[in-house]
Design a protein around this ligand. Structure first.
Ligand SMILES: [Zn+2]
Length: 307
């Protein structure tokens, strides 16, 4: 009997689940609303239903396990979300065990940015390497570190929070308690704040700001150069720390690559001795918003770590 795994990507608005063969082929995918306003039980039922509908389709195969990527800080050993922006009803609750019990199969919980980095390692831009770092540029900035082919978790499962690297000592305050975090200077929210600050416009989306920049608007160009500098500072720090062969950027801001990458790469070149003297590549991820699904589905293939 051929085997398969299921990955689930839990978002604040929608959740997606997909079945994958053991060699990484996407077999089928379902999506439904997360429905977080209806409370914890509703969200859990939606997750279980999505997984169950795939299980019914693949009853002739052996399910190896289920991996779930969730936005926020998690305590890995307990399978508990301890901090999230948009899934408050699920916090401080044994989510992994509750779902595992309802399904009668093993479940692994992982941070969504870690899962996305693992997905790129499995079937995306990181296939050829075993060590990589990925920054996911979205509303905020997520990070994932893959070491020896596995997610680097740290002692409590909170390693890889690259969005909270300080890039400006006295910069904008962040919800994490720090100031000048990378995600306060290089995320979609940061771009929108900058556009407002320099009077380019209120409530402009990153796509609109990029449109102005491509038309030659110098203020819009400066917004992306500022983003590039912040990313370059963050990258230089990470490159100096790890000396890995590959650093990936992913997420919704990737289409603006040409607008921020030249400044970013110049900043890395200037700031990182390691980058100037080692063989590191800084590239775009290739799985798009499917990376988290791939990574979640890869989790059951990785034996439990003893750390
Ligand atoms: Zn922060």
């Amino acid at each position: 009997m051929s085997s398969y795994t299921i990955g689930l990507d839990l978002g604040g608005t929608n959740l997606r689940a997909a079945a994958f063969s053991a060699d990484g082929q996407l077999l089928d995918q379902v999506a439904r609303p997360t429905d977080v306003n209806s409370g914890r039980e509703a969200v859990i039922n939606n997750m279980v239903e999505a997984i169950d509908s795939l299980r019914r389709s693949f009853a002739h195969r052996q399910l190896l396990g289920v991996g779930i990527g969730v936005p926020g800080f998690i305590r890995l050993r307990e399978g508990v979300i301890v901090g999230s922006n948009n899934l408050k009803p699920l916090e401080d609750f044994p989510l992994r065990d509750a779902i595992s019990e309802k399904l009668g199969t093993s479940v692994i919980l992982e941070n969504d940015a870690n899962a996305a980095a693992l997905g790129e390692k499995w079937q995306g831009a990181g296939r050829a390497v075993n060590n990589l770092v990925m920054f996911t540029l979205g509303t905020g900035i997520g990070g994932g570190i893959i070491h020896h082919g596995r997610v680097m978790h740290g002692a409590d499962g909170m390693a890889g929070e690259l969005g909270h690297i300080t890039v400006h000592p006295e910069g904008n305050p962040c919800d994490c308690g720090n100031r000048g975090c990378l995600e306060k200077h290089a995320s979609a929210m940061a771009l929108m704040s900058m556009a407002k600050l320099i009077r380019l416009g209120d409530d402009l989306t990153p796509v609109e700001i990029a449109h102005y920049a491509k038309q030659g608007d110098t203020r819009a160009i400066q917004v992306f150069e500022s983003m590039g500098r912040a990313l370059g500072i963050g990258l230089a720090t990470v490159i100096n720390t790890f000396n890995f062969p590959l650093y990936l950027l992913a997420g919704g801001l990737l289409p603006a690559w040409e607008l921020f990458a030249p400044t970013m790469l110049a900043e890395v070149e200037r700031r990182s001795f390691t980058f100037r003297n080692a063989h590191a590549r800084i590239e775009q991820a290739t799985l798009g918003n499917q990376a988290g699904l791939y990574g979640a589905a890869y989790l059951p293939h990785q034996p439990v770590e003893a750390d």
